[in-house]
Design a protein around this ligand. Structure first.
Ligand code: HEC
Length: 155
C-alpha cells in the first residue's frame, strides 16, 4: 500500500514537472514568434505609411467636404471614389482649379451644388493633391505633373 502511494507521488511529481516545464517553454516560444510577427508588421506598416505629399494639402483643403476617406456626404458632397471626373485628367485639373457648379451625377447619385475654385494653391500643391486623389479612395490612376497643372492654368 505504501509502495503504491510512493509510486503515485513520484508519478504525480513527474507529471507536474513535465507539465510546468512544458507550459514554461510554450508561451515563451509563442511570445517570441508573436513579437517577430509584430515587428515585421510594424516595419511593413512604416514602410507603407510614408505620407503622400498631397495628403497634407488634401487634409487642409478638401477633407472638410469630401471626407478623410473620400466618401463625401451623400447628396451634398460627391465622393472621390473612382468616377469619370477623376479619370479625366484635364477635366479634373480644371474643376479643382476653377471650381465646379451645376448638376452632376457621381456613381448613380445626383449633386447640384458649388465647389469653390482652388486657384490660390500653387501648381505643385495642386499636382500633389490631385495625384493623391488619383491614387487613393480606390483610384489607381497615374499622377498629375506640375507641368500639366500649369498648362491648364495658363490656357
Ligand atoms: C466646401 C466644400 C468643398 C471643398 C473644400 C472641396 N470640394 Fe470638391 N466638390 C464639392 C462639391 C459640392 C462638388 C459638386 C459640385 C457640383 O454639384 O457641381 C465637388 C466636386 C468635386 C469633384 C468632381 C465630382 C467627384 O466627386 O468626383 C472633384 C474631383 C472634387 N470636388 C475634388 C476636390 C478636391 C481635390 C478638393 C481640394 C483641393 C475639393 N474638391 C474641395 C465640394 C467641395
Amino acid at each position: 500500500m505504501s509502495k503504491l502511494f510512493f509510486l503515485l507521488v513520484i508519478a504525480t511529481a513527474i507529471l507536474i514537472a513535465g507539465c510546468s516545464s512544458g507550459s514554461q517553454e510554450k508561451p515563451k516560444a509563442l511570445e517570441t514568434s508573436a513579437l517577430a510577427e509584430k515587428q515585421g508588421a510594424e516595419i511593413e506598416a512604416s514602410a507603407k505609411s510614408l505620407p503622400h505629399p498631397g495628403e497634407k494639402v488634401y487634409k487642409q483643403y478638401c477633407q472638410v467636404c469630401h471626407q478623410a476617406n473620400g466618401a463625401g456626404v451623400s447628396g451634398v458632397f460627391p465622393p472621390l471614389t473612382p468616377n469619370k471626373y477623376i479619370a479625366d485628367k484635364t477635366q479634373l485639373i480644371e474643376l479643382v482649379l476653377h471650381g465646379m457648379t451645376g448638376e452632376i451625377e457621381v456613381n448613380g447619385e445626383k449633386y447640384n451644388s458649388l465647389m469653390a475654385p482652388h486657384n490660390h494653391l500653387t501648381d505643385l500643391e495642386l499636382a500633389n493633391v490631385i495625384s493623391y486623389v488619383r491614387s487613393n479612395f480606390g483610384n489607381k490612376l497615374d499622377p498629375v505633373t506640375v507641368e500639366e497643372v500649369a498648362a491648364v492654368r495658363n490656357r
